[in-house]
Design a binder for this molecule. Structure first.
Ligand SMILES: [Zn+2]
Length: 390
């Protein structure tokens, strides 16, 4: 049975289940907003492992994403990926993947994950697999789900692109002082501190880790202005950070999407077989090409409407992306449309334009409400939580 057949067979019941989930989410978020819990939700990022997929609804004509588990997976001798769980019905919003290379004396981490639970889980799994502790941490970019766990990597040198460092430095003084229990992120209240990198690099940085060559390549602007990927030529592996979203709708709030597409093209020319995305299951060049295709389909659809002087919010309410409507995080279509518009009207900067995304989401929701399509209304809290977590 092919994936497509499988999805057709299961499509209707899944769709119904997701609709139910979306309704429950809307109710729950509304309750949170009214109950004063919104602050902690936003501060911690989306409660990633428990939030059902929000609207818009998936399209049963196309395959659903696979499910994958949280695990430390060995990819080659001394090379591991720490994968976060995800799949249909489970939002992978703030849940990012990390990497690890074991050297003779210490371990090198690629990203620190979102909070105490995933970071401590990563550190414990790495210790169990190798008997060693981390000595270096290289960050792929500044987003919270990749750097909020920095504080748990004690006694390590932290490295990043200068843009990543400057964004972390900006966020550190205003970061909450405590971790509060949040499903998938923190199980107990404990002190919280955002630790900035101490070493920056702009050219490629090449490590020889016990005979494993790791090329940390600065490829941005793409997902952000400070993206770094880790390429291991001997093993034909690349850790993409958030340059890669597989089966998860790409998040473009800090992106230069055209340049991101150029980076996808460039990586397609590398001698690489195994691609570890920042979000989603491990894949190959095909999966990276699919993510690029998401942006290309959206570009065509959004550009038609931009040229017709339609607003980004109204365009988002109309656009369907075919098979990509089933990807996890479909509400990102709105922020990604806003970002394409900013590229075209010349207003693009490295910063997230929160006001524009908010305005587009309100307009999108207004159109859905008018059409009595309340199942597709997107809670503003969710968009805001997303903005802080990915
Ligand atoms: Zn990111």
């Amino acid at each position: 049975m092919t994936k497509q057949d499988n999805s057709r067979a299961a499509g209707l019941s899944r769709r119904e289940a997701l609709h139910l989930g979306a309704g429950a989410l809307f109710g729950a978020t509304a309750a949170l907003a009214g109950g004063g819990a919104r602050t902690s939700l936003s501060a911690q990022g989306a409660p990633a492992n428990v939030v059902p997929i929000p609207p818009p609804a998936p399209d049963p004509r196309y395959p659903m994403p696979p499910s994958w588990h949280r695990e430390l997976r060995q990819l080659a001798p001394n090379v591991y990926a720490y994968m976060q769980g995800g799949g249909p019905g489970i939002s992978a919003a703030g849940v990012s993947n990390a990497g690890m290379i074991a050297g003779p004396d210490f371990l090198v981490a690629i990203d620190a994950l979102q909070g105490p639970l995933p970071a401590k889980g990563f550190i414990a799994s790495a210790k169990k697999a190798t008997g060693k502790d981390f000595g270096r941490l290289i960050l792929t970019h500044h987003h919270g789900d990749h750097v909020n766990g920095n504080q748990f990597f004690t006694h390590v040198e932290i490295l990043s692109h200068p843009y990543c460092k400057s964004e972390v430095m900006k966020a550190a003084p205003i970061a909450p002082k405590m971790w509060n229990p949040t499903p998938g992120v923190a199980d107990v209240a404990e002190e919280r501190k955002l630790v900035p990198p101490t070493v920056t690099f702009t050219d490629d940085l090449v490590y020889d880790i016990g005979g494993t060559e790791v090329q940390f390549r600065s490829v941005g602007p793409a997902h952000t202005w400070g993206d770094v990927v880790a390429y291991l030529p001997q093993h034909k592996i690349v850790f993409l950070g958030d340059v890669g979203f597989f089966w998860v709708a790409p998040y473009a709030n800090n992106s230069h999407i055209s340049k991101w597409l150029d980076v996808c093209n460039a990586i397609n020319g590398w001698d690489v077989d195994v691609l570890v995305p920042g979000h989603g299951p491990i894949g190959g060049k095909k999966e990276l090409a699919e993510m690029a295709e998401y942006f290309k389909v959206l570009r065509i659809e959004a550009r038609k409407r931009y040229d017709a002087r339609m607003s980004a919010g109204a365009a988002s309410a109309e656009i369907r992306l075919g098979r990509f409507d089933n990807w996890i995080g479909p509400e990102r279509l709105i922020m990604d449309t806003v970002r394409w518009y900013a590229e075209w009207d010349g207003s693009l900067t490295p910063d997230y334009n929160a006001a524009a995304v908010r305005e587009a989401t309100i307009e999108y929701n207004g159109i859905k409400a008018k059409a009595k399509n309340v199942g597709e209304i997107i809670p503003l809290d969710r968009m805001e939580a997303l903005a802080e977590a990915v």
